[in-house]
Design a protein around this ligand. Structure first.
Ligand code: HGY
Ligand code: MN
Ligand code: MN
Length: 409
């Protein structure tokens, strides 16, 4: 391949500049979907892409596509990308690496004056994390036809603000239809968010697939009462019931082999007053497993556990499933390209499976899809301490450059 080189420092410096937007005191980042920090991050990315000669499009769900023209403009693009939205105490690399690695590929090709036959698209998907609006991988979910656009636009956050309203507020209610154009292949670079690569001293993971993930919102109903006068017997304490359910759900995880991962990450209490017995509690469940049948069995166990406690405590129970992503296997030819690119570049690599969910999981339903993992320190992610090495990010970007240019011919 012509002398085209990833610029390690430029890639790292772009990460550090992006990390200043929504920076948290603990060294991480907070850029919840469609908030002002997300708007600023989007704006910075778009300005960089325009400087790199890309044409930028925004669709009705705020997904951004920066296109580097190919010699055959009507050919289906080779696409890369990820997300700029983060967890509330998120890291500087989760999602951001996939977006900025794509930009570095474009910058490196520009430096070398190399044209590709197919256009190259860098995508920024709206609300991958699903922290503020409950579904997770929302933008790529609608793009791939797995989530209904109107339902996504109607989703509201805890304060009742809708996706539709927030997109308009930050100016990313784009004109383009969501999806509907062919994608020749999709490759996403991402930190592993697990310990395997670092522990084995391996720089690149050729990702074979990702486990399935389902989310639920559980609402428990009891009755408000005075903390001082309501006797302990006969209370209908919704928060106590929820606490018992959360403990029972944790124990469900150990009754399946291999263990699923079941997480209750957020809880809401009404009226949330220190001297009122809670009349309502709501909490989320994130349940994941590599096998679809086991995911279904876990659902049944979780529902049974919550129902038994609700019955025993005289509480009402409502369980709403808010997302469902099936286990995916990525495209074998894409995986082979990632392995071959790492090998050609002399980069230590191995096959690996993803415990985390990604936009690539949605894209895999409509285009040949592969992922490139690089190590993160201690496997830590969704944590302000999330860290990666400049040389590993550059190696991942070099593999991305190679596979994208291979598939763009
Ligand atoms: O939750 C996930 O797996 C992803 O990091 N959003
Ligand atoms: Mn991510
Ligand atoms: Mn994440």
């Amino acid at each position: 391949m012509h002398d085209v080189r990833i610029d390690r420092d430029r890639l790292w410096n772009s990460h550090m500049a992006m990390a200043e937007i929504g920076a948290t005191p603990g060294g991480g980042v907070c850029r919840l979907a469609l908030t002002d920090p997300d708007k600023q991050a989007r704006g910075l990315f778009v300005s960089w892409c325009r400087e790199a000669g890309c044409a930028v499009r925004v669709d009705k769900l705020g997904n951004i596509f920066a296109r580097r023209a190919g010699s055959e403009p009507d050919a289906a693009p080779v696409m890369t990308g990820s997300h700029l939205d983060t967890q509330p105490l998120g890291g500087r690399f989760d999602g951001i690496f996939g977006v900025l690695a794509g930009l570095e590929v474009v910058r490196a090709l520009n430096d070398a004056g190399i044209a590709t036959r197919r256009p190259l698209d860098i995508a920024v998907w709206s609300d991958e994390e699903g922290v503020r609006f409950r579904s997770g991988t929302m933008g790529s979910g609608v793009f791939s036809g797995r989530v209904n656009l109107e339902e996504a636009l109607a989703m509201t956050d805890e304060s009742g603000l809708s996706v539709r309203g927030e997109l308009a507020r930050i100016g990313y209610d784009g004109p383009e239809a969501v999806g509907g154009f062919p994608v020749h292949a999709y490759f996403e670079a991402h930190i592993e968010q697990g310990p395997v690569l670092e522990r084995e001293g391996i720089t690149v993971g050729a990702v074979e697939g990702a486990q399935g993930a389902r989310r639920f919102r559980v609402t428990v109903g009891g009755e408000e009462g005075h903390a001082g006068t309501l006797p302990m017997t006969g209370r209908r304490d919704a928060l106590l019931g929820a606490a018992r359910m959360i403990d029972a759900l944790n124990r469900v995880a150990f009754t399946h082999d291999p263990h699923p991962v079941i997480t209750v990450g957020s809880i809401f209490v009404r009226p949330n007053s220190p001297n009122t017995v809670p009349g309502q509690a709501a909490f989320t469940i994130d349940s994941r497993h590599p096998h679809a049948a086991t995911l279904a069995a876990i659902d049944a166990d979780m529902r049974a556990a919550c129902a038994a406690i609700a019955k025993a405590d005289g509480l009402t129970l409502h369980i709403e499933q808010t997302s469902d992503s099936t286990p995916v296997a990525f495209d074998k030819a894409c995986i082979a390209s990632v392995r071959a690119a790492a090998k050609a570049l002399g980069i230590p690599h191995r096959d690996i499976y993803s415990g985390a969910g990604h936009d690539a999981c949605n894209l895999s339903h409509i285009a040949p899809t592969g992922m490139i993992f690089v190590p993160c320190e201690g496997g830590v992610s969704h944590n302000e301490k999330e860290n990666a090495k400049p040389e590993d990010l550059a190696a991942g970007a070099a593999v991305l450059l190679r596979v994208m240019t291979e598939w763009a011919e």
